[in-house]
Design a binder for this molecule. Structure first.
Ligand code: PMP
Length: 359
């Protein structure tokens, strides 16, 4: 802000003004229960830990391999029955999504995403100067497919949606993709492994469809920063061309090695998901009994509101107990808490604190 008498420096006029995305806090206190950023409460697969230990720091003098030639892409191709050319990897799905905005959303027409959704979308649109419109969710927080059948410069939405946790059936996803053959449609499947059906089965049928997933939730590797997109080879090549025009080596060598090990351990992946889903279903019962209601989550979090006590008050109280959940002051969802599913022990601490506060 300019003070009176201060001269505006010419270079300041050329600053790209943006209001950045604000991620959930990363507190670091001894006995905290961290249920605020949808991380996995369990460690990564044993193979990941072995790969980290086997990593030779001496090799850090070398650049990492090109992503498309890595064990990580090979492992993903095998797991999802795709060709290597159909996979793009990046530094978390945020990096992958930012690349998608830059690569495909270049029209004068607005891109479309829901008004209540991952709040990073509007930030990327702003930073890249992409026009956008945000159709409103219906009264039950559901995406209305008919809102995505008008002229647009691209479509993106999470499925399940965040922070609502609601999964849209594959038939409706296909309806949106089929209605938009002239633009790229992106399904952000950050939470798909916790119960929904991926739209991956549609990528051979629709050449304009991109699926984005992450290692940060279901694969317990938020700290390694790995995300990926899957689609037809032409879309993936376009993304790689843009990526190699900015920074060729993005994923670092230890992350590449650990990521491949995570994908290879199919059994551990299934076991971890089952534990989280069980805890989630129990959380639905326990939180209902405490007076909360929420959409039927197919994710690793619940989007909960209390029948009597304001969400913000509950959020502040839990913080005093070193229990962190996420609260958004955004109109329309400002009486909701997004509660990540933790371990059973962590969830018991949450229920006990809530019982004390609410009764
Ligand atoms: N998409 C959605 C819907 C998310 O909630 C998140 C997590 N904040 C991301 C993408 C990004 O996750 P990451 O960059 O850790 O892969």
């Amino acid at each position: 802000m300019l003070q009176i008498g201060e001269v505006m420096k010419a270079w300041k006029k050329n600053i790209r003004q943006v209001i950045p995305y604000v991620p959930g806090e990363q507190p670091n206190c001894a006995d905290m229960v961290k249920l605020n950023t949808n991380e996995c409460p369990y460690p990564p697969a044993p193979g990941v830990i072995a790969a980290a230990k086997a990593f030779e720091p001496e090799t850090l003098r070398l650049y990492p391999a090109f992503p498309e030639n890595t064990n990580l892409v090979e492992a993903l191709a095998k797991f999802y029955h795709l060709k290597k050319e159909q996979i793009f990897v990046g530094v978390g799905s945020d990096d992958v999504l930012a690349n998608i905005f830059l690569t495909f959303f270049n029209s004068d027409k607005p891109i479309l995403f829901p008004n209540i959704s991952y709040s990073f979308y509007s930030v990327w649109a702003d930073v890249y100067r992409i026009p956008y419109e945000c159709p409103a969710l219906d009264e039950n927080f559901c995406i209305r497919p008919e809102d995505y059948k008008k002229e647009n410069g691209g479509v993106i939405f999470p499925n399940p949606n965040a922070p609502t946790s609601i999964y849209m059936p594959l038939m409706q996803v296909e309806e949106i993709v089929a209605a938009n053959p002239d633009v790229v449609v992106v399904i952000d499947e950050a939470y798909i492994d916790f119960g929904g059906q991926s739209a991956l089965s549609l990528i051979d049928k629709y050449d304009n469809l991109l699926i984005v997933q992450t290692f940060s939730k279901s694969r317990a590797m938020a700290g390694a920063r790995i995300g990926f997109a899957m689609g037809n080879a032409e879309l993936i090549k376009a993304m790689n061309d843009v990526k190699y025009s900015i920074n060729s080596y993005t994923l670092n060598a230890p992350s590449l090695a650990m990521g491949a090990a995570a994908v290879e351990d199919v059994e551990y992946f299934g076991e971890t998901l089952a534990k989280i889903v069980n805890t989630r279903e129990e959380a639905k019962r326990r939180l209902s009994a405490l007076g909360f209601s929420f959409p039927d989550s197919k994710t690793n979090f619940l989007f909960a509101t209390h029948k009597e006590v304001a969400a913000k008050e509950i959020f502040e109280y839990l913080k005093t107990k070193n229990i962190y959940v996420r609260y958004f002051s955004t109109p329309g969802i400002d009486n909701y808490l997004r509660i990540t599913i933790g371990t059973d022990v962590e969830m018991e601490r949450l229920y006990t604190a809530l019982e004390e506060f609410l009764n």
